[in-house]
Design a protein. Sequence first.
Length: 98
Amino acid sequence: MWFIIGLIAIAATFANLYLYMTGKDYKLAMAMGLSFTALTLCAEYTLITNWVEVNDWAAIEDVVPSMERALWFLTIVSVLLNIAPIFLERKRNRRHIS
């Protein structure tokens, strides 16, 4: 489940960037990208919770250390890519004002 939600988050992030580059309203896509990123993290947490409930310590020991780094990295990248259009728009507006 987390994989599907993660793919939706990636697609929404690319839609956000595409809409910004074409000059269309990108804010809904930005919100969707960030929301699906959060849902991906929740789904991953649920997966780990299920492993704890069934005492699957081998899965936890194998997956959690590497997934923690990957989730941090991907979440930071998602946030930066999704908010980049806001900063680019502000920078563009400052140039027009000056």
